[in-house]
Design a protein around this ligand. Sequence first.
Ligand code: GCB
Length: 609
Amino acid sequence: MKHTPIFSSHFQNSVRVAVLFFIALTATCSYAQTTPSLLPLIQNPDSRHCQTLDGRWSYILDPMNNGVSKNGYFKEPTVDNKTTFKEYDFSTSPMLNVPGDWNTQKAELMNYEGSMWLKKAFLFHPQPDKRYFIYFGAVNYHAVVYVNGIKVGEHIGGFTPFNVDVTSQLKEGDNSLIVWVNDTREADGVPTLKYDWFNYGGITRKVRLITEPATFIQTYKVQLQKGSLRQIAGYVKIDGASASQSVTLTIPELKIKQTVTTNNEGYATINTELPAKNVTLWSPDTPKLYTVTLSTLTDTVTDKIGFRSIETRGHDILLNGKPIFLKGISIHDEAAYRNGRIFSASESRTLLTWAKELGCNYVRLAHYPHNEAMVRTAEKMGILVWEEVPNYWDIQWNNPTTYANSLNQLSEMISRDQNRANVIIWSMANETPQTEARNAFLTKLVNYTRAQDDTRLISMAMLRGDKSHNILSVNDSMMSKVDVVSFNEYVGWYEGDNSRIDQVSWQIDVNKPLIISELGAGAVAGLHGDASERWTEEYQAEFYRKTLKMIDERMPKIAGMTPWILKDFRSPLRELPRIQDGFNRKGLISDQGQKKEAFYVLQAWYKNK
Ligand code: GCB
């Protein structure tokens, strides 16, 4: 049969484009309107009854969002034989590993940004009176979730977990889970269009099917009360029809047992005390975690929780009442040796072991929430953590959608990690130019965070200011809102060369702890030369020597620092051939694991701190 083109002229083509755009737009809008709301986050998925949905998933690449329509790719034909009309087919499509960014799994996907449909078929036998949730560790950036052809949830934000209730969608036998993932960078997104790291797309963290009883323990907080080294204060929240129940908290090693009764909303506060003697508080030297169990008649959740306090006094940060110097390093969520997103605790451990070798007791997990396994592994290893949301550079401070997105990512980060003893700082942002709109946006986030969790410190990585050409400072109006004033500085790299470092001193007028959240210079591992030559290991080592001397001699007392950065990382902003080749080279270790000379300079300084 001869196919008659409907549109032939240039004019008709533009009409067609406009029509398709309109269809796409209305399809997307109807999407948004029918979004089922996500359940509040289920805390501690590791301790739940889970079936993994990780493994090989089929995928269909959809750069034009062809599958986003009423009968889109999430609908599969019920009768499928040679007479069926179809233009997509998961059963014969290629496959990818989940968890895993798509970029580093197939050469042809390395630079792909856009939409992909991913499908996992699984066998299931639902039991009566149980509830089922699919828990995603993270999907970058926008996810729409379908179970057996029905939309069950939607999430925006590439680094935080979310769960969807699939109880009424699962059926006996074969089930299909299809996720539309779109990692297109958006102007109103968090982060926005431009940032200095690689946009790894896909289902980057674990996916599991969680089984819960009809009423279950959804979340809890069991932490030392602010300002106390004995009082435990927290809450438990259960979800389900019989919301008012008894919940028992036990910490057997400390002989703690407390029973509380939840109200009609399923909520109860927890108040109990650590014994007066024989308690090991969590610290980098003693990363002691106690087994904590919460149980109702039908549900039990077990966690490993450490107890510690974190406060400030003048320029000091106090851990368990004593000043601590935060010997840190910044880290991106990117695996050593292979450069994709990290998806296992052992890959997290590789990076954290390097940080330990450097002499660190602290890491900045930049610039977005890392894997839960990263935070938990650091906690076991005695490493303190700064966690951050991707309010990076100039996002749309005036846009309510951007604010809602940012707040959501922040709240998901806090609810995921609020029981981690090692998390001591919530960071609101990185290098955000000052405007009234930014101040209003970030102040709201600070207030939210304080109300949510007053047991940790609040900070943000600020931009540096000047008092005069050679007297450097920080004068961000957010200094009055945060607990710890942190700032990034690149004197000797972006600002002059190494000789400039000797010329400057610092004056920062604030009676709060100061942290240098970034300092750094680039070097190619194995490239040697004179210390004046950029990109040589010698230049970077000299940068560190001079900067550390400046910190010792010409800066007000600092409470810690996280130089930029542990390991070279991929970034499309870094294109200098034969030097950067798509990598930010400020790592103290190369992406292939070679330690640069500067690693040892910082290591020696940390040894004496
Ligand atoms: C910064 C940013 C960080 C960049 C770094 C650099 O100030 O916060 O994301 O990667 O500088 O290398 O320029």
